[in-house]
Unconditional design. Structure first.
Length: 179
């Protein structure tokens, strides 16, 4: 599939998700899942893009990070976060770290990129909001909003910390199971 066709397919999928979320019809299909294995799978899928961008991806994964989550939606969350880290990291290394407790898992995606101005942080997870000019970076401002909506639908939360010129870290915390 050509690059433009892939971009259009992503946009259509994002708009469909916006419609589902807005209508309260985002369906989750939780299943037993090893989040570490999913992180490795997503990282492997990004290898050609990482190589092309001259970016290195470092994974720090525990021996075990099992829980009950929607595999497709978590893949979407990881893909959005890693894609953004690559895009705004400008060829600098990207780190993905996973840690777990008895009740929760924590996923950190860190880039060493341009960072986000502090005044943009409060609205970063809003629909159609972007922290940088569209002239410099592609996208329509739906990815992080979808990440937040999906993570919250799974009973978790997502946060960001950032420093201009140093980079950003997006943190997702998810319960292992919803009760």
């Amino acid at each position: 599939m050509g690059r433009q066709a892939k971009r259009q397919a992503k946009l259509i999928d994002a708009l469909l998700d916006v419609s589902r979320i807005h209508a309260g019809r985002l369906e989750l299909n939780p299943e037993p899942l090893d989040l570490g294995a999913l992180v490795r799978e997503v990282a492997e899928r990004f290898e050609p893009e990482l190589a092309g961008a001259g970016t290195h991806l470092t994974l720090t994964l525990p021996l075990e990070a099992h829980g009950h989550w929607d595999r497709l939606r978590l893949d979407q969350v990881l893909t959005n976060l890693v894609s953004n880290a690559m895009k705004y990291g400008r060829g600098n290394p990207v780190q993905v770290a996973l840690s777990s407790t008895e009740t929760h898992v924590r996923l950190d995606v860190r880039d060493a990129g341009i960072g986000i101005p502090p005044e943009h942080l409060p609205r970063l997870f809003h629909r159609f909001e972007r922290a940088v000019s569209g002239r410099d970076y592609s996208g329509v401002g739906l990815g992080l909003w979808i990440v937040r909506e999906v993570v919250e639908a799974m009973g978790g939360h997502v946060t960001v910390s950032s420093e201009l010129g140093v980079g950003s870290t997006f943190t997702v915390v998810l319960p292992r199971a919803r009760g």
